[in-house]
Design a protein around this ligand. Structure first.
Ligand code: KMH
Ligand code: ZN
Length: 274
């Protein structure tokens, strides 16, 4: 039976803990969240680390601690963000791989990001991609816009397949400045992906449910979490990341594509067993 890969993105770099108290920011909060989300059906965790003041950090020692703590407590695939926060330098973002995660995000282009700009010029993309291959860290290609799909084709044509041999993408939809989070846009993006690529989708904010339901209908995989939405339903804040995973898992079961286990996800993504 076909299965659904569910990734949880529990924290992100944008929301403030004082505004979103459910955000896991300490090591303990992150580990408990990881355990709850694994039990609810997640197989991958997309990690942004916060420092002692709950601010985003790319400090390699703290990243490595989080990777070790999640591995110790769960079987989840640990995917570190190389996107970081919009203020992070390219150098710091490349150094994320020094923390030796199983996987990492790799965004395939610059995008307006609300009032900011999330910078991903070609030079940085190709340096990061080559480093993922050298270090055997499996990249997930983050696509915020249709132009990013074109850059993914260029990357694969110039540098060949990724570590693990399999191309897996995440359509990040509904960012103010990126592609819209709706069914026609999702269908167009999926149609443009490289042959053989698999994909998940996530919708930011109010696009969460339309994108989730569209992705399931189109045989795609799912990413959910407080990084992408802080509202469970109109006027009701998300209480725990796990409730977003539970909802995604229930819908995947209804769609006759139940969640993949972390072990099944390793095989699917080409990530060796830790
Ligand atoms: N925080 C955003 C600027 C990623 O994790 O790779 C970038 C982001 C993408 O979240
Ligand atoms: Zn992220």
């Amino acid at each position: 039976m076909a299965k659904t890969l569910i990734t949880v993105a529990p924290t992100g770099a944008e929301s403030d803990k004082s505004v979103v108290p459910a955000l896991p920011v300490t090591q303990n909060e992150l580990v408990v969240t990881a355990q709850e989300c694994e039990a609810a059906g997640a197989a991958v965790i997309h990690v942004h680390v916060r420092d002692e003041n709950a601010r985003p950090t790319l400090d390699v020692a703290q990243l490595a601690d989080r990777v070790a703590a999640i591995r110790e407590a769960t079987d989840l695939i640990v995917q570190l963000s190389t996107g970081g926060a919009v203020t992070d330098s390219f150098d710091a973002r490349l150094k994320v791989l020094d923390a030796a995660p199983d996987a990492c995000s790799l965004t395939c282009g610059t995008v307006n990001f609300g009032d900011n700009v999330f910078m991903n010029p070609w030079g940085f993309i190709k340096d990061l991609y080559q480093l993922t291959k050298e270090r055997k860290v499996v990249p997930e290609f983050e696509l915020f816009d249709m132009g990013h799909v074109a850059t993914l084709h260029r990357l694969l044509a110039e540098f060949g397949p990724p570590a693990g041999g399999h191309v897996h993408c995440d359509l990040v939809m509904g960012v103010p400045g990126g592609m819209q989070g709706n069914l026609p846009t999702l269908a167009a993006a999926v149609a443009a992906l490289p042959a053989g690529a698999t994909w998940a989708a996530t919708g930011i904010g109010r696009t969460t449910l339309p994108v989730l339901l569209s992705a399931l209908a189109a045989d795609g995989h799912l990413r959910v979490g407080l990084e992408d939405t802080i509202t469970f339903s109109r006027g009701r804040p998300v209480a725990r990341n796990a409730e977003l995973v539970e909802r995604a898992a229930q819908l995947a079961i209804i769609a006759q594509r139940p969640p993949m286990s972390p072990l099944e996800a390793r095989e699917f993504l080409g990530i060796p067993v830790a």
